[in-house]
Ligand binder design. Structure first.
Ligand code: SF4
Ligand code: SF4
Length: 295
């Protein structure tokens, strides 16, 4: 396990202003997600990454995908209009690491404008073994990894395929490979001072009873918090006919897992282009297609 007192004071200071990592911060500090990473390298059965310019509010959805240059312009625009913008997150609409060059360029552009801003990334973890050293070198200290199962037989029910280094995997082989990379990546990040948050999608009858084991394992690896989220069946996804996880079941499970590690309970399952305080998404106000032109 990790002793948090050894973490850099600067990381703790940034964490206290991160609306997702700190329950105290979420009424005060705003975050913006930049949708610069459209592709994904796995297929989760609960996901349907469609994006369109209509008013959607499902997790991961976005109205537009931005190039790194446009993402920088959007950041400058929002920063000027919004007090207490403390965090820029890259959470898709695909996987932040599947489009690592876009993600990295975006981060570098924004760091050049504002060296103080805190970044966070959200990933399925498949490419963490490749990119964790670069993530650390870029100064990113907040990473979220979604880990839904330790048992590849359960994972095989959740993931349709994994595409890795030019090969396609399905079933238990896919889930086993994904898990292996997730665990190796999480261990590396924690060792290098990154605050890791683990998202877990609770799917009734599938992984719900297995989640305490997932939580124990990631606790052992030294993660900061776990965020157990309800399944919200996306239309068009393989799980579209499964029931939405009830808040009652979710909170009961969180109470059990709370005994092991702190639980995030204020997650809003934000869009990939969410902007503002967690409870007030202002993404529709800041669409690049509506942006006032310079000069
Ligand atoms: Fe969708 Fe994220 Fe799963 Fe990729 S990793 S399929 S973007 S939920
Ligand atoms: Fe924070 Fe949850 Fe929204 Fe991510 S999805 S920005 S963790 S509230």
């Amino acid at each position: 396990s990790v002793c948090f007192s050894t973490l850099h004071a600067d990381v703790l200071e940034k964490t206290s202003k991160h609306p997702c990592y700190s329950a105290d911060a979420h009424h005060k500090y705003a975050r913006m997600h930049l949708p610069v990473a459209p592709r994904c390298n796995i297929q989760c059965n609960y996901c349907n990454r469609k994006f369109d310019c209509v008013n959607e509010s499902r997790p991961g959805v976005t109205s537009e995908v931005l190039t790194p240059e446009h993402a920088k312009d959007k950041f400058a625009w929002v920063k000027e209009k919004m007090e207490h913008l403390s965090v820029v997150g890259i959470a898709g609409p695909g996987d932040a690491l599947a489009d690592w060059l876009f993600t990295k360029q975006t981060i570098k552009h924004i760091q050049a404008l504002d060296p103080e801003i805190t970044f966070c990334l959200s990933t399925n973890g498949l490419l963490l073994p490749e990119y964790a050293p670069e993530i650390v070198a870029l100064g990113i200290r907040h990473v979220t990894v979604t880990v839904n199962a330790l048992d590849p037989a359960i994972g095989a029910e959740i993931y349709q395929f994994v595409s890795y280094q030019g090969k396609w995997y399905t079933g238990v082989a896919a889930a086993g490979l994904l898990l292996h990379n997730q665990l190796a990546g999480i261990a590396y990040l924690v060792k290098h001072g990154v605050m890791v948050k683990i998202n877990i999608v609770m799917i009734k009858g599938l992984n719900d009873r297995h989640i305490p084991a997932v939580v124990k394992k990631v606790k052992e690896l030294g993660v900061f918090v776990t965020n157990i989220m309800p399944l919200i069946p996306a239309p068009g996804s393989a799980f579209e006919h499964l029931p939405q996880t009830s808040m009652k079941d979710l909170n009961t499970l969180r109470d059990v897992c709370q005994l092991d590690i702190r639980q995030m309970r204020h997650c809003q399952q934000c869009r990939a282009d969410a902007i503002g305080l967690l409870y007030e998404d202002r993404s529709q106000e800041f669409r690049m297609c509506d942006r006032p032109q310079d000069g």
